[in-house]
Design a protein around this ligand. Structure first.
Ligand code: SF4
Length: 183
């Protein structure tokens, strides 16, 4: 039996909703697992970032919002043969990209000082152990080489499952040209 394709998934500047689309593969997951195995995923494995194995396919949710996103993307790119920008945030910046309408200082002040749900009488803005925001949100392809984009917010589970299966079979992927979103 041929070796299974090694798949990893990662979330960066997103909401984890795209990973739920993978969880919703239902019976298609069994077809995927006949051809591939998940070697690394923040929702499936307890692998530390510095122990990520070599991967054939890396599925990345979310864009680049902070320096940790960028460093992880660069590190994982080195590990992966093929990288998929998965979901609208990874492909185009998505909802976090709305932050590009404001400066980092405005965003930080709103989050830690001004928002109605914030109780921060001391006016403390954490600057240690919190990754710094990059100057703007960027889609994944602006930080690392991306081989395939599957947009959608989140992408439809059946479309993603079919795309992954097509990829695993070594066939050409043809994504729908209409709505790719789950809802
Ligand atoms: Fe969440 Fe939508 Fe971004 Fe996916 S594309 S991470 S579902 S906001």
């Amino acid at each position: 039996m041929a070796d299974k394709v090694k798949i990893g998934t990662m979330w960066l500047g997103g909401c984890s909703g795209c990973h739920l689309s993978i969880a919703d593969f239902h019976e298609s997951l069994l077809d995927v697992l006949e051809l591939a195995q998940f070697e690394f995923s923040p929702v499936l494995c307890d692998t530390k970032y510095d122990e990520v194995p070599e991967l054939d396919v890396l599925i990345v949710e979310g864009g680049i919002r902070n320096e940790e996103n960028r460093e992880l993307a660069e590190m994982l790119r080195e590990k992966a043969g093929l990288v998929i920008a998965y979901g609208t945030c990874a492909a185009y910046g998505g909802i976090p990209g709305l932050g590009n309408l404001h400066t980092v200082e405005e965003l930080t002040t709103e989050a830690y000082i001004n928002s109605v749900s914030t109780y921060n009488d001391a006016g403390i803005i954490p600057n240690e152990d919190v990754p710094s925001l990059e100057s703007r949100v960027r889609p994944l392809y602006e930080a690392i080489q991306v081989d395939l984009m599957i947009p959608g917010c989140p992408p439809k589970s059946d479309v993603v499952a079919e795309a992954i299966l097509t990829l695993l079979r070594g066939e050409t992927i043809e994504l729908p040209t209409t709505n790719l979103c789950e809802v």
